[in-house]
Write a protein of this length. Structure first.
Length: 182
């Protein structure tokens, strides 16, 4: 596998990581959404595509933050989607769940570490804002990558039509989850 070749936009990734380190579970939903977008824009510049945001119809709240768009403006129907939602877990506590709706990267960027760079930054961001679980549904090329990022098959959802559901559980941090619950 070729390694991700960094481009001029990578300096922006360092700036975004610094901004991520300033967040916590108390951060305003609009700020959390904007930092996700900054991360995606910086990564997009580093691969020579940019990130083209799709404006959500609803403003961000503690219960729902939507980040959507695509790295290649011409790749219609091939969007990156992320929904941060608040859910009740089996133990009765509320917490944030990150749903990756699509993790589509342009063909020429695959198997070069671009997805790994993105997931590492997302996981750092999600840890800061108290995400308790990340979930995704994968197909085709993406199925090999998710286990390398710590995701495992989600036993609660059976595979269907080539789609495999995966999840990554994070340790429960009571202070982050209790804030959302109150």
């Amino acid at each position: 596998m070729a390694l991700y070749k960094r481009r001029s936009g990578d300096g922006d990734l360092a700036a975004v990581r610094s901004r991520i380190s300033q967040l916590d579970a108390e951060s305003a939903p609009a700020v959390i959404r904007e930092v996700h977008l900054e991360l995606l824009r910086a990564l997009g510049r580093s691969i020579g595509f940019g990130f083209h945001e799709q404006i959500p119809l609803e403003p961000p709240t503690d219960d729902l933050i939507i980040v959507q768009g695509r790295f290649n403006r011409r790749a219609h129907g091939r969007e990156f989607g992320l929904h941060l939602v608040t859910e009740e877990f089996e133990d009765g506590h509320l917490g944030r769940v990150a749903w990756l709706i699509e993790l589509y990267l342009p063909e020429r960027c695959r198997r070069q570490g671009v997805g790994t760079a993105l997931m590492e930054a997302l996981l750092q961001l999600w840890e800061r804002i108290g995400v308790a679980e990340a979930r995704a549904t994968t197909v085709g090329d993406g199925q090999w990558a998710f286990p390398s990022w710590g995701f495992a098959d989600d036993p609660r959802r059976l595979p269907e039509d080539g789609l495999v559901s995966v999840r990554l559980r994070r340790p429960r941090e009571p202070q982050a989850l209790d804030r959302i619950q109150s």
